[in-house]
Design a protein around this ligand. Structure first.
Ligand SMILES: [Zn+2]
Length: 326
């Protein structure tokens, strides 16, 4: 199974550079049909056999390098490549999720999936869930803290749920879509508001849940540069702001940076994730699959021949996460 991530749609619509013809799809799981020489175990030591169902990191690195070895940011390695981002002409050709087979390239991180997880629960692990593990880690969410999540799409819902798993006492969600706000209550959001409401009303509502001064952390997963102003405004003194949704270049905004200084804020960006976050993603979903209805998030299923319909439905937001079933 492969699910359509928002970034697949951005590439397809031409908002993000991508080779053409290319092979899209990077949120993938699969059954092993053949094993390369020496591939015997996954990244945490579980044995791998033909027939095992696996997930794997959405990216692979060119080997030992400065970003991976020294900075511990393997996802930023020079020469990093990603599944579902490469030209069809690039060997080994089968490197995207929208296909019957995918070649898992050396220097990817593989994880065997436990039988308890359904395909729908497991497929978003290697992009959506692992990214939100990295985001909530960067936000430093600890027991008793309060968090604002800007954007209640798939990332926001996982973000809210993971914030609760990390011990947050209150999670406030912001989204202009009433149906999304309604759904968010089942994923750990305590109160959800329309970000377009008046600044005074929003501040009063958020403060009532995030006493005494405002949220400890705010997370941007709405992809709107302007939202940064609202998030930074809401944070308490010493709070942390994490950007994870504004993935397109030229996301310009005019910001009074004195606010960052005076409120002593920490501002962080998160792009993709560290391989350890993939393990944590799996464990969080396995341990909390009855607490939060993760299985509902994949709400559209399409055979490979209808990938165009799936992309259209996902782009028009008729489905939250469309799944391609080769
Ligand atoms: Zn993705």
């Amino acid at each position: 199974m492969a699910t359509i991530c928002r970034s697949d749609i951005h590439t397809w619509q031409g908002h993000r550079p991508g080779p053409c013809p290319g092979l899209l799809g990077h949120e993938i799981i699969g059954d092993i049909v053949a094993l390369g020489e020496g591939v015997t175990h996954d990244m945490r030591g579980d044995s791998l056999r033909i027939g095992d169902r696996i997930t794997w990191s959405e990216y692979f690195i060119p080997g030992s390098n400065y970003h991976a070895d020294v900075l511990d940011l393997p996802q930023k390695s020079r020469g990093v490549d990603k599944y579902g981002h490469m030209a069809a002409s690039t060997a080994p050709h089968h490197h995207g999720g929208f296909g019957e087979f995918c070649y898992v390239v050396p220097r990817s991180w593989i994880l065997r999936l436990p039988d308890v997880l359904t395909d729908a629960e497991a497929t978003p692990l290697n992009c959506g869930v692992a990214t939100m593990i990295a985001v909530t880690e960067a936000a430093g969410i600890r027991v008793g803290q309060t968090v604002v999540v800007q954007g209640l799409g798939l990332l926001g819902l996982y973000g809210a749920a993971i914030a609760k798993v990390r011990g947050a006492r209150a999670v406030v969600g912001l989204d202009s879509d009433p149906a999304r706000r309604e759904r968010a209550y089942r994923f750990g959001v305590d109160r959800a508001f329309d970000p377009a409401m008046s600044k005074e009303d929003l501040q009063r509502e958020v403060l009532s849940l995030c006493r005494p001064e405002g949220p400890d952390a705010a997370i941007e997963v709405c992809g709107v540069a302007q939202a940064v102003l609202q998030g930074i405004d809401l944070l308490r003194t010493g709070g942390t702001y994490v950007l994870a949704g504004v993935v397109n270049p030229q996301a310009m905004v005019t910001l009074d940076v004195n606010l960052i200084l005076r409120k002593m804020l920490t501002v962080r960006g998160v792009h993709n994730y560290h391989p350890r976050n993939l393990i944590e993603a799996l464990d969080v979903v396995v341990a909390n699959r009855t607490r939060f209805p993760f299985h509902e998030l994949v709400d559209g299923r399409y055979p490979l021949e209808r990938v165009g319909d799936a992309m259209n439905d996902a782009a028009e937001r008729r489905v939250l996460r469309a799944a391609i079933l080769p």
